[in-house]
Design a binder for this molecule. Structure first.
Ligand SMILES: Nc1ncnc2c1ncn2[C@@H]1O[C@H](COP(=O)(O)OP(=O)(O)OP(=O)(O)O)[C@@H](O)[C@H]1O
Ligand SMILES: [Mg+2]
Length: 255
């Protein structure tokens, strides 16, 4: 059976002034899978991500998200599409003047007509999902870095988006918090059937969460395919990246 594509990119180019940062990028991401976009610093991961989120216009090539060509959407269709996408930014960016619950409730308060009691229930459930029920009434300044990330994740999924985008969700976390965030991501996929696109170069996360890997090398897709195949790729940059990962994991195993 053919898997359903949630993201399809074909022949995408991107440039800032004279400098071309994405060259003929093509790949697909599939429903119910975690797709990791990885590659070295400056390889174009965030630029690609911003195209998927329609933050940058597509100047050349095709970008389809949930079956929609993002270049041809009318404004109302774009808004509709946004409602089906959860976005988890690197900074987390919770509002400090609101409690955790109020932060998580924001998208629902803004985009739904639900009564406050029901919103509270949904928020409580989502906080439970990220193991933060106890933080309902706390303010962001009272949370640890890992808790902040989990609260931001709860906010990204509060509308039950079928598609979740995460830009470097694990950046700055200690290994234990990182592992618990990774477990959450896998849970969202397995329990809620979410499709997830993650930009990361957090080596230890990739083995835990990725079904599929898109490896960018200097703006070019050096590899696209299942994680298992990526581990055996003979592309020099991919091989080098995963050899570091293998030795990191060995170190972890050896304590
Ligand atoms: N707004 C911008 N204006 C000009 N150049 C940019 C802009 N954003 C990115 N670039 C350039 O595009 C290239 C790719 O940057 P990008 O941020 O996509 O890399 P990245 O893979 O996300 O790197 P990192 O892992 O460091 O976050 C870099 O050479 C960067 O300098
Ligand atoms: Mg980046």
């Amino acid at each position: 059976m053919q898997k359903e594509k949630v993201v399809e990119v074909k022949g995408l180019y991107a440039a800032f002034g004279q400098s071309v940062v994405l060259r003929d990028v093509s790949f697909s991401a599939y429903k119910g899978e975690v797709t990791v976009i990885l590659g070295g610093s400056g390889s174009g991961k965030t630029t690609l991500f911003n195209h998927l989120l329609s933050l940058y216009p597509v100047s050349m090539g095709l970008v389809k998200v949930l079956g929609r060509n993002v270049s041809t959407l009318r404004e109302v269709e774009q808004v509709e599409l946004y409602h089906q996408m959860g976005v988890f930014y690197q900074s987390g960016a919770l509002l400090n003047s609101l409690t955790v619950a109020e932060n998580v409730a924001l998208p629902l308060a803004q985009h739904s007509e639900l009564p406050p009691g029901l919103i509270d229930e949904i928020v409580y459930m989502k906080l439970g999902l990220v193991n933060l029920s106890h933080a309902f009434h706390l303010y962001p300044s009272e949370l640890s870095g890992g808790m902040l990330k989990r609260a931001a994740l709860a906010r990204a999924i509060v509308m039950d988006p079928p598609l979740l985008f995460c830009d470097e969700p694990g950046a700055g976390l200690d290994p234990v918090s990182l592992e618990s965030l990774d477990n959450l991501i896998v849970n969202l996929k397995e329990r809620l059937g979410m499709s997830i696109i993650i930009v990361t170069h957090e080596v230890s996360s990739i083995l835990r969460i990725a079904n599929r890997v898109v490896f960018l090398d200097n703006g070019v897709v050096a590899f696209e395919g299942p994680l298992k195949e990526a581990l055996h790729s003979d592309h020099p940059a991919v091989e080098e990246f995963f050899s570091v990962m293998k030795s990191d994991n060995m170190r972890e195993l050896l304590g």
